[in-house]
Design a protein around this ligand. Structure first.
Ligand code: SAH
Length: 225
């Protein structure tokens, strides 16, 4: 899979892709992530302009259509994209279901907005999907793009050490994950459920499944309907 992320401040995302699971996935060539600086497509020579005032006035700058169009056109001339996504607070809410779906595609572009957002014509003519990471507003689309990429990349075959690991995470099968424990088995007098020490695989699986259902009923009953 290839993810091209277009941003006015790509440095904001470096850390996310340069550590731990995502770094390993990239090094092992399970995914290719390109952080593209929108300023490379700026208009007006030296001034490197990518934003301008909003028509009609009001506070806040708007990312201009021309640099974004030039950048997306360049990428599209090199390969075909399954989706061109704009991160936006008014987009479709990011869910595990959407991540599962995106993990099956080959090439995507993620466009990060900044300031007041992007010229609406970008959204009307160049974008195929708009995604929000929640009902709150951030300063830019970089953290949302990193969130989306992380959630998708960890689903790619070979990225997690234990192949079944992502399948037992919350939201797969509409259930929350059961509690997990590690050593020591007793700490400050706080113990762990004895079944986990029983060595009895079937009983442990049964307990975990029951816990998942209990937890979902209690915390997110809407998932069960
Ligand atoms: N004026 C816009 C917010 C702009 S915030 C509005 O009121 O809807 C600047 C940029 O941050 C947006 O263009 C978007 O790319 C990104 N962003 C902010 N919050 C986000 C969220 N919850 N999900 C996804 N992207 C978000």
């Amino acid at each position: 899979m290839r993810i091209d992320i277009i941003s006015a401040v790509p440095d904001l995302m470096h850390s996310s892709f340069n550590h731990s699971i995502l770094k390993r996935a990239i090094n092992n060539k399970l995914v290719e992530v390109n952080l593209i600086n929108l300023r490379e497509y700026a208009i007006g020579g030296k001034s490197k302009q990518i934003d301008d005032y909003a028509f009609g006035g009001g506070a806040g700058m708007v990312l201009m259509i021309e640099p974004i169009d030039k950048c997306i056109s360049q990428l599209k001339s090199e390969r075909t994209y399954d989706d061109i996504i704009y991160m936006s607070p008014d987009g479709e809410l990011l869910t595990q279901k959407l991540c599962n779906k995106l993990s099956l595609v080959k090439n995507i572009i993620i466009l990060c907005g900044h300031y007041k957002g992007v010229d609406e014509r970008v959204r009307e003519h160049l974008i195929t999907r708009e995604v929000s990471i929640g009902d709150y507003v951030l300063s830019g689309g970089e953290l949302p793009a990193a969130v989306l990429s992380d959630a998708v990349i960890r689903l790619l075959p070979g990225v997690l050490n234990d192949e079944t690991s992502a399948l037992s995470d919350s939201f797969q099968d509409n259930l929350l994950a059961p509690p997990v424990y590690s050593r020591p088995a007793e700490y400050k007098g706080w113990g762990i459920p004895p079944v986990l020490l029983s060595g009895h695989g079937a009983n442990i699986d049964k307990w975990r499944h029951e816990q998942s259902i209990e937890r979902t009923k209690l915390r997110r009953p809407n998932l069960l309907h």
